[in-house]
Design a protein around this ligand. Sequence first.
Ligand code: SPD
Length: 416
Amino acid sequence: MPGRQLGWIDFYNFSLNAPLVLDFSSIHPFSSEIFIMNKFVLPFALTALALLACGKKEEVAAPAASAPVAAATSEEKVLNIYNWPDYIPEGMIAAFEKETGIKVNYDTFETNEALNAKLVAGNTGYDIVVPGTAFSPAQVEAGFFQPLDRAKLKNYGNLDEAIMQALGKADPGNKHLVPWAWGFTTVGINRTKVEKALGKMPMPENAWDLVFKPEYTSKLKSCGIAYLDSPTEIMPPALHYIGKDAYSNDPADHKAAADMLGKVRKDIRIFSSTMIDDVAGGKACAVVGWSGDINIAAGRAKDNGSKDVIEALLPSTGGMIFFDSMAITKDAKHPANAHAFIDFYLRAESGAAVSNEMSYPTANKAALAQIKPEVSGNKTIFIDAATAAKMVPPGKFTNEGREAMANAYTAFKKGK
Ligand code: SPD
């Protein structure tokens, strides 16, 4: 653990001086087995910070004129997309359909495990999928995606070069993955309800205590505790909380994490990967959730007239960073339409809409100038340097490690 965190900090300090020309391999040898994502998280944090928080507007790429979407070929005018829920700005699909005449069938999945199962089975029926970093390096390696045709992506240059260079460690040559957005798994609270439920007990220094420590969960169960519902969402923060490598492949570590979780199991009311309405509507007051979704819940509660204060917290020991990327499946029936959509998504205005409307940071550098100040200035969306230094970068599990972790998670969830 210290090695992982220290490496990230070192890298961050290093990148401050040379954010765009980085030799990652000379700093941390890349291992495809234990994929340590710290090599590519911080260039983005750095860029976001340097360009937004510090207000160095002259360094922000001027909004690129959007390249027109390339005319699709003789393909039927259909595109099948499989993405996470609550992740696309309203109207984006309709605008793409109007401009191109391509009809989009847009389905959602709630966990990386669900998407991975479909990819393993093959013939998904989807042209574009959006895996997260817990799975995407292994999926690239397994050959689940077809190489991108850069000639069809006129807006590709809008992406942050430093991020793409780092993402190349997961996807050599950036052949398959195009970032959708990134964020972090953290603790979200309805502060109003949590303070009431805790009574005289002060808020803990480490926000993870609220959801992992019986002294707190026993009090917060009255206003509702919710966890994301998958092994790769819950086990890494649990491992990290007990001082293990968040991406450990050791079954003994998973057992230790499950034992810790077992002590609070009876206090968890909801397991769900779509908890925005539960949080906004007051059914859950403390959650293990995704940063953007918690911020969406905060906005939705306000829109609904609630006076409760809902917040994504920045735990003192860090949240779990993730990157989600678009990829075209190897058996996609509509690869030209898929490229047209990816290029549409790569427009500066699309990237800005994702951050502005979905509260997740974009990897689209050309979009930064169009992000609203209240979004760019929200330190739980665009994290600052101090927070970035504490965050836990994504990692990769081996198949055996993932299986052991899934078993430990299932046993915990069943209350065994
Ligand atoms: N509302 C959708 C959020 C997408 C989250 N992807 C998370 C992957 C984390 N491992």
